[in-house]
Design a protein around this ligand. Structure first.
Ligand SMILES: Cc1ncc(COP(=O)(O)O)c(C=O)c1O
Length: 414
C-alpha cells in the first residue's frame, strides 16, 4: 500500500496497485468439456445446446422467450424488424452508446433521432425523448449504459401513451434488475451482446428476450432464413437472414452462465467499495442511479471528472491511473451523431453503406445533445474484469484514484 507521500508512478514512484488484475474471459474445464462434447457429438449447428441456452437465459432475465443470434447488433436489427419498424419511421435513440444502437436503425431503413441523456445515469432522458416524438416516431431504444438501467418507469409509460414500441438495448445489462424485474423485460423486448469484452461471452453472440410469443416467433423466423414456425425446410414465409448461433457458442455460453450470477454480485459488491471510497473526492462525480434499480451488472465502472476541480486534463488523469496500475480509459469519446456516417448522412448520392440516409430529409450537423457531449469529455471507464478482483485490490484501485488527485498539482508542473 502506498502512503500519502509516495510519489506518483508516472513520476517514478511506487504503483498503488501492486497486483495484476483478473484476466478476461474467465473459463475452466466446464467450457473445455462442453466444447469437446459438441465436437465429438458431430452436432455442431443450432441444436439442443442453443435451445437450452435460450431457455436458461430467458429464465435468468425473467422473460418468457429468448431468441439467439449472431451478435448484439443483429439482435437490435431483428427486434426492430419484428416490432414493425420500416423505412421512413423515426426511432429515438441516445447518442451515448456504441454505434450499433443507431446503425441498426439505419440498417432497417429507419431514421435515428438522437435524444440527450441524464447526467447521473448516462441513460436516455425521458423529457428529451418526449420532446422528440413526432407523428413519424415508431419506437424508442433506451440503452442501459454500463448496466445502469434507464428511467424505464417513465420511458415505457410515455411510449405507451404515444403508441411507440420499446426495445431495450441491454447489451451491458445481463442480470440488471428494475424493481426486481430483469432488464429486457421492461418494454416490448430487450437485446444483449455476448461479444468478447462482455460479462458473459462466446467471443461473439447475441440474444433478444421478450414476453411476447408472436414477437419471439417472428424473430426466430428472421434468424432462420425466414422460415415460419413449423414450416417445411424450403418454405420461407417472411424475409429473413441467417443469424444462427452455433452449438460451440451455445456450449460456451451455457458454461459462462453458471458463473454470471456470482460474478455479477461480486462486481456489484466491489463497485460499492469504490462508490464509498470515491464519494466526495474533489473533482470526481459518481453516477446516481435511481434506487428502483435493484441490481446492476457492471459492464464497466464509470465516473465523471471535473477537469477544473481536478486541476488536470482527463487524459493526463487517465495516464496517471494507468501508470499506477489501474486500467482506465475515456470510453465513448464522441456522441454517435458526431461520427462521419451521420455527419455526412445528408450527402448524396444514396449509397447502401456510405450514405444510406441520403435524400431522407435528415441533417445531423446541427444535432446537439449537450449532456452527452460533456460526458464524452469527462467520463472515465474502468473495465469490468477489475471488479472481479479481491476487495483488497479494489481498495488499492481506490487509493490509486485518490493518490492521483492528491498529487495532481505535481503533474501540472511535470
Ligand atoms: C450498447 C451496445 N449496444 C449494442 C452493441 C452491439 O453488440 P455486438 O458487438 O455484439 O454486435 C454493443 C457492443 O459493444 C453495445 O455496447
Amino acid at each position: 500500500m502506498t502512503n500519502s507521500s509516495t510519489p506518483l508512478a508516472l513520476l517514478g514512484g511506487k504503483r498503488a496497485c501492486e497486483q495484476s488484475w483478473p484476466a478476461w474471459p474467465v473459463f475452466d474445464n466446464t467450457e473445455r468439456t462442453m466444447l469437446s462434447d459438441v465436437l465429438e457429438s458431430g452436432q455442431w449447428w443450432f441444436g439442443a445446446r442453443v435451445r437450452a441456452f435460450e431457455t436458461e437465459y430467458a429464465a435468468f432475465q425473467g422473460a418468457r422467450h429468448a431468441v439467439t443470434c449472431t451478435n448484439g447488433t443483429t439482435a437490435i436489427e431483428m427486434g426492430l424488424r419484428a416490432l414493425g419498424v420500416v423505412e421512413g419511421d423515426e426511432v429515438i435513440v441516445p447518442p451515448y452508446s456504441f454505434i450499433a444502437t443507431a446503425s441498426a436503425v439505419v440498417t432497417v431503413g429507419a431514421i435515428p433521432v438522437f435524444a440527450d441523456i441524464q447526467p447521473d445515469t448516462l441513460c436516455l432522458d425521458p423529457d428529451q425523448v418526449e420532446a422528440r416524438i413526432t407523428p413519424r416516431t415508431k419506437a424508442v431504444i433506451p440503452v442501459h449504459v454500463a448496466g445502469c438501467i434507464a428511467a424505464m418507469d417513465r420511458i415505457t409509460p410515455l411510449a405507451r401513451r404515444h403508441g411507440l414500441r420499446v426495445l431495450e438495448d441491454a447489451a451491458h445489462a445481463w442480470g440488471s434488475q428494475w424493481k426486481g424485474r430483469g432488464a429486457g423485460t421492461l418494454g416490448d423486448c430487450g437485446t444483449f451482446s455476448f461479444q468478447a469484452s462482455k460479462n458473459i461471452t462466446a467471443g461473439e453472440g447475441g440474444i433478444l428476450v421478450t414476453d411476447d410469443e408472436e414477437l419471439a416467433d417472428l424473430c426466430r423466423s428472421y434468424t432462420h432464413c425466414g422460415r415460419l414456425k413449423g414450416a417445411a425446410w424450403y418454405d420461407h414465409g417472411v424475409l429473413g437472414s441467417n443469424l444462427r448461433l452455433t452449438e460451440f457458442q451455445a456450449a460456451i455460453l451455457l458454461a459462462q452462465l453458471t458463473r454470471l450470477e456470482s460474478q455479477t454480485l461480486r462486481r456489484a459488491a466491489n463497485a460499492a467499495i469504490l462508490d464509498q471510497a470515491l464519494a466526495g473526492l474533489p473533482g470526481v462525480r459518481l453516477l446516481a442511479p435511481t434506487p428502483a434499480m435493484t441490481r446492476r451488472s457492471y459492464h464497466m465502472y464509470v465516473f465523471r471528472v471535473d477537469e477544473q476541480l481536478l486541476g488536470l486534463p482527463r487524459q493526463r488523469f487517465i495516464e496517471a491511473l494507468n501508470a499506477e496500475g489501474l486500467p482506465a480509459s475515456v470510453g465513448w469519446y464522441r456522441p454517435l451523431y458526431a461520427n462521419v456516417v451521420f455527419r455526412q448522412a445528408h450527402q448524396g448520392p444514396a449509397h447502401g453503406i456510405r450514405s444510406p440516409l441520403a435524400n431522407k430529409g435528415v441533417d445531423y450537423r446541427s444535432v446537439s445533445c449537450p449532456v452527452c457531449e460533456q460526458v464524452c469529455r469527462d467520463a472515465v471507464w474502468i473495465p469490468q474484469q477489475v471488479l472481479l478482483a479481491e476487495p483488497e485490490a479494489i481498495h488499492q484501485a481506490a487509493e490509486a484514484i485518490r493518490k492521483v488527485i492528491r498529487h495532481a498539482g505535481k503533474l501540472r508542473t511535470a
